[in-house]
Ligand binder design. Structure first.
Ligand SMILES: [Zn+2]
Ligand SMILES: [Zn+2]
Length: 459
């Protein structure tokens, strides 16, 4: 027995040793800060095409929980394309030349007047940390996550880090200047992360250390907002727990859907039905784990029925664990459906889907789900969803609105990197365009044209 208050107790000695070893993490770090550092970044300001230009910038001093990351790679996310390329907001056709100006929300207007480095995060190496930073050290390889995780807000404490309340702290009054242009104009980072620059200046809440030797492009892909969201849907087990032998349908095979397919395969799904109008994307889907592919333009009104047929299984005997498609609500359908389509920001140069607003695919996703099944939606559509009310009220389907696919960044991003390192996640089939910083705009055009699966900028 150890005397409880003895300074020489075994437990007390061990605690002392542990404290000494941890002192580096208990005391604030304060090193590597490099004020005046020059770097290049794509700065967006104003309206219309041409709003984003490559600029020489000077880093401002950092403080508190700020972190400077030297960018290795950043994903050119489709959702960010309007802001980068100056396209009209999703759902709105380009305004006619003589049309009166549209009413623009004040926050949007304020944001468009600021000089902003766009981007949804990326991967890189920590170059400097503020004195209060604990999660990472100078020299660490990190993911600058599209979604923060503070660990202490209402949502983080309830297991929904994908809804971390710091997500709502990215308005024009929340952002802080991180650099200056040659003419002295202050420059800000989109969502406190940026990405389309040689440096990302962010806060501790957005940074996840990753211990991997993967190439910049492969790591940038698996840590991208799109792949984390897709893997989150099917492999994080936060929103829906995809089980072995289950039937998964993925509507939309962009980088989110193709990551969700891989997550479903890794989680042990036995039937994975991938749906996309673009032939090349259906081919990639088969390569990364889909067992069946469907073209929504070919299937038309029969798409839902086709998924139900593929989900029937070998046995429809109700006394033997089977299910049938009869009855008011039907028994067939996918156990899990991931919807990852969204509204077109521009007319695709490859095969266009059946609905540019992205609403029809959501309705189809809901209806192709089996009673008792789960639907995870991830997209940015425009408009209102209409569903048969009786299926919605008593149809047994559970809908999850999956910001980041429900992923818990600090826990899940290292797990997803492990899937890359152990060759379970195929990053190369998704990152079909990789450009240096100078090629960013051309690569973004390919993303908006949908002529590439997704693109990465390396810096
Ligand atoms: Zn994104
Ligand atoms: Zn939080």
């Amino acid at each position: 027995m150890e005397p409880k208050d003895s300074a020489f107790s075994r437990r007390g000695v061990l605690a002392g040793v542990a404290l000494a070893a941890q002192s580096g993490t208990l005391l604030a770090q304060s090193k590597g800060v490099a004020p005046g550092r020059k770097f290049r970044g794509w700065v967006s300001r104003g309206a219309g095409p041409g709003r984003t230009t490559l600029q020489d910038l000077t880093l401002r001093p950092i403080s508190g929980r700020q972190i400077v990351v030297r960018t290795e790679a950043t994903n050119l996310c489709y959702s960010n394309s309007s802001d980068v390329l100056g396209l009209p907001p999703p759902g709105l056709p380009p305004a006619a030349k003589d049309a009166p100006p549209r009413a623009v929300p004040p926050a949007f207007l304020a944001m468009s007047r600021m000089a902003l480095i766009q981007g949804h995060g990326g991967v890189g190496t920590v170059e400097a940390v503020g004195p209060e930073v604990r999660r990472v050290q100078v020299g660490d390889r990190v993911c600058v996550s599209g979604t923060p995780q503070c660990g202490s807000c209402y949502q983080c404490l309830r297991g929904r880090a994908d809804m971390c309340q710091f997500l709502g702290r990215q308005g024009p009054n929340d952002l802080v200047p991180i650099a200056d242009m040659r003419d002295g104009t202050p420059v800000y980072a989109n969502s406190h992360i940026g990405g389309l620059a040689e440096l990302m200046v962010t806060f501790e809440e957005w940074v996840v250390p990753v211990f991997s030797k993967a190439s910049a492009a492969d790591l940038g892909m698996v840590c991208s907002c799109v792949s984390v969201a897709g893997l989150g849907c099917t492999a994080s087990q936060v929103l829906a727990d995809v089980g072995i032998g289950s039937i998964v349908a993925v509507v939309g095979c962009g980088p989110v859907g193709l990551s969700a397919i891989q997550g479903a395969r890794i989680a042990g799904a036995s039937t994975i039905i991938a749906i996309d109008p673009i032939r090349v994307r259906r081919e990639v889907a088969l390569k990364v784990g889909a067992t069946h592919v469907l073209d929504p333009n070919v299937e038309g009104d029969k798409l839902v029925e086709k998924v139900r047929e593929l989900s029937n299984g070998p046995n429809n005997r109700l006394w033997a664990g089977g299910r049938d498609s009869g009855g008011l609500l039907g028994g067939a359908g996918a156990d899990f459906v991931v919807e990852a389509v969204g509204a077109d920001r521009a007319k695709p140069k490859l095969e266009a889907g059946p609905d540019p607003t992205g609403i029809l695919p959501i309705q189809q996703a809901y209806m192709m789900c089996a009673p008792g099944g789960h639907i995870v939606t991830t997209s940015l559509p425009t408009g209102n969803v209409t569903l048969p009310a009786v299926v919605f009220t008593i149809g047994g389907r559970t809908h999850h609105a999956g910001q980041y696919g429900g992923a818990n960044p600090m826990r899940d991003i290292p797990r997803f990197v492990e899937l890359l390192d152990k060759k379970q996640f195929d990053a190369k089939s998704l990152a079909t365009t990789i450009v240096p910083i100078e090629g960013m705009l051309d690569a973004y055009q390919q993303v908006i044209d949908r002529t590439t699966v997704t693109a990465l900028m390396t810096a």
